[in-house]
Design a protein around this ligand. Structure first.
Ligand SMILES: [Zn+2]
Length: 303
């Protein structure tokens, strides 16, 4: 079973990219028509398609693919998926659209940032321009039977991060704007690779809090109740990491030293850091890249 019902007309698909469970999620909303939130990477599109089959989704009924941002773990499989979904249009932030049309630069950057992990995700195929819907703040997308999404620009993790508010379950699909939810530890770990902007991320978090959601649907991984408290906690965590990174930079410390200071200074991640380091994807994307995002920001001269 790849799929699970997690709300009204709302299902999660565990994409099991690279064979890793609980790493990357797609969400399926079934109204009169169907909306998919996140495709995941190219390498796990076959798992998404078998998930859709399990949910009895007719490929012709998928009208929207809602992408949160143009990083390959979230959207890399879009071009491949579209070949199986003849009526689907792709909702994407204006800054992300060019990288879907021509993913060459995105793929080169992914390989540089993620190394071997990029190969595990697979190279993205281009998305035809006529399939794209360039989405701005506050646009709504209706699949009938009460299933409706609203776009909420939530930059910080990336300049092109769109989150989505879902009316029926009062849910937010956060993309990477709310961190990675590690359900086995019931904790959230920052998703903050360079060029992370903590100042902008905090504004986005306030915006998501103001929607007063009941459920948060994390792309990494899964849904969680207590959404507002989790968003508030994440803001506190970002402020803490930033403070530790800024202090380290002021003292001229190495990235390595700052990383250890952050991991030991944050009680939420202190106990789980060594377990995360054992998973190659978490070690690269969470432990290394997330700290680097804070260090790079702290080192940048402020105007
Ligand atoms: Zn991600």
């Amino acid at each position: 079973m790849h799929t699970k019902e997690i709300g009204k007309n709302l299902f999660i698909v565990d994409l099991e990219a690279g064979g890793f469970k609980n790493l990357i999620a797609s969400y399926v909303l079934k109204g009169n028509r169907t909306i998919i939130v996140e495709t995941g990477p190219t390498s796990s599109i076959s798992n998404l398609l078998s998930g859709l089959k399990e949910l009895n989704v007719n490929p012709e009924d998928v009208v929207y693919i809602a992408l949160t941002h143009v990083h390959v773990d979230h959207c890399g499989g879009t071009g491949t998926l579209l070949k199986s979904l003849p009526n689907a249009k792709v909702i994407v932030h204006p800054k992300g659209a060019p990288h879907l049309k021509d993913p060459a630069k995105l793929w080169a950057a992914t390989k540089e940032v993620l190394g071997n992990v990029a190969e595990m995700f697979g190279e993205p195929e281009p998305v035809p321009e006529d399939k794209l819907i360039i989405a701005h703040e506050g646009m709504t997308f209706d699949a009938g039977n009460g299933v409706k999404l609203k776009t909420v620009e939530a930059p910080g993790h990336a300049a092109h991060n769109l989150s989505y508010y879902e009316y029926l379950n009062e849910a937010v699909f956060s993309g990477d704007a709310a961190g990675a939810y590690l359900s086995e530890y019931n904790t959230v770990f920052p998703t903050t690779p360079p060029p992370f902007r903590p100042d902008i991320a905090l504004i986005s978090l306030n915006k998501l809090i103001s929607l007063d959601p009941k459920i948060l649907c994390y792309s990494h991984f899964g849904s969680a109740s207590d959404a507002v408290r989790r968003l508030r906690d994440y803001a506190v965590q970002i402020k803490l990491w930033l403070k530790i990174a800024e202090e380290g930079v002021k003292k001229g410390e190495s990235t390595e030293t700052i990383r250890e200071a952050i991991l030991s200074g944050d009680k939420r991640v202190r106990e789980i850091a060594s377990a995360l380091k054992e998973n190659p994807v978490h070690r690269k994307t969470l432990i290394e890249n997330s700290v680097q995002g804070f260090v790079d920001f702290a080192r940048k001269p402020k105007i």
